[in-house]
Design a binder for this molecule. Sequence first.
Ligand code: NOJ
Length: 543
Amino acid sequence: MDSDGDGVGDLAGITSRLDHLGTLGVDVLWLSPVYRSPMDDNGYDISDYEDVDPLFGTLADLDALVAGCHERGIRVVMDLVVNHTSDEHPWFVESRDPASPKRDWYWWRPPRADGSAPTNWESFFGGSAWEYDDRSGEYYLHLFSRKQPDLDWENPEVRQAVHAMMRRWVDRGIDGFRMDVIELISKEADLRDGVPADGQTLASPVGVSFGPRLHEFLVEMNHEVGLSAEHLLTVGEMGMSTIEQARQVTDPARGELDMLFSFEHLWQDEVPGQGKWGLKPLHLPDLKRVLERWQNGLADIGWNSLYWDNHDQPRAVSRFGDDSPDHRIVSAKTLATVLHLHRGTPYVYQGEELGMTNAGFTRVEQYADLESLNWAREALARGLREEAVLRALATKSRDNARTPMQWDASENAGFTSGTPWLPAHANRDVVNAEAELADPDSVFHHYRRLIELRHFDDVVVDGRFALLLPDDPAVWAFTRTLGDQVLLVLANLSGDPVTISPDDVPDVSGREVLLPTHAPPYGSTLRPWESRIERGRFDPGTS
Ligand code: NOJ
């Protein structure tokens, strides 16, 4: 929500919309980065960790937002971006001088004998991960854009500076951190070449994810900042984490993080080895199996986070549901039901609770995200047809999730009185908060009820998970069990009716429908995209 008409959402704008969050029932608000930044990567390139960027307001605006949240019992989690800084951060500016004490705060390395970059690594945003600096004749490492140089966490001064900064935010009243690409902070000391894929010259970086000192750095950070304090929440973005690694990171006895974001479920509609732009239709059993493994893997130790959407992912209803007018509402509700009934902490990304859809851009020039634009440029240069590039962007670009929040049906969706930084979606006339709050059958109220259910039902929080019909390509069904209490989730993830045989559902007595997507009758056939949560009991002797 933009409060000052410059077309960009800001802190005072969010504060003016806290009732929306209160009504939805959320417990915690995660703010994407609001620190000072040249905005090369929407604020994930920070030039001052201690201040708010004027684009978003002032420190006083942030304090007011935190106070407004706390009054409503909502905690505030800040994004913590400390794998890298902006190249405009004073630490890096100083570090450019080889004689500076900050030189080894970053990864500076001499060229190879032939003058080329120290390794053949490709940045996650395309191009070499090394940038040559004339002044010293050396390269610096940037796993993301060249304006995002990687900090060298081997240096204890870097770690101490980060800890001190975090303590200042906690003292200011912040309730925790979402830690950006935190799996990358420990890198293997011998930076070495990767193996390029066929026909490529650059390779994925090696030895940078879950490096040898990652756990040590997390334990140290937890200890130095006091992150295990009851009121603080920590979640690490660790896309490549295995389940075993996640068990370690989130085992409370080790004192690292509360939970992490794995990406594994989001790789299921990608061609293996081709990254996010290699589109593949989803085979539902793959997705179900991934979530099942994470449920089982973290059942006794650790804790899952649950999410479909965030600012880096396309909209869930367009990706895994059906965003056509016939099925948008019900498929958005069903995706929410399935996710929220898993065990873990569910995350709702702005507008997901309205069933907001992908941006619907049809030209490259409509995109603003540097990852999308870099990839499109390279793909076109490689000879990929424009039509294929546009299809990949329309399916996967991060801008799909970044169009303005749709508050009402007006020209800019009630987001700004000025010109929005990305255009408001054409479907704001039907998909908007004002209309959905007024409609008890809306996607919004379905999310509200799911959150309410979790607040009052221990089975949602703690029940043991068991997947039913794992190989069914359309049905997503599972139970959650606590003592003799059972929740049964039955969902149709397709546009055709499906029939579930009673033999495939465990013997549960006293079945009662709690949260359906459709009006009765409730039989063994689920209508297109229909789902429901039922409550029941396992009688003694059954399991
Ligand atoms: C992950 C963030 O979510 C993404 O938006 C950002 O571009 C990269 N990390 C780099 O900070």
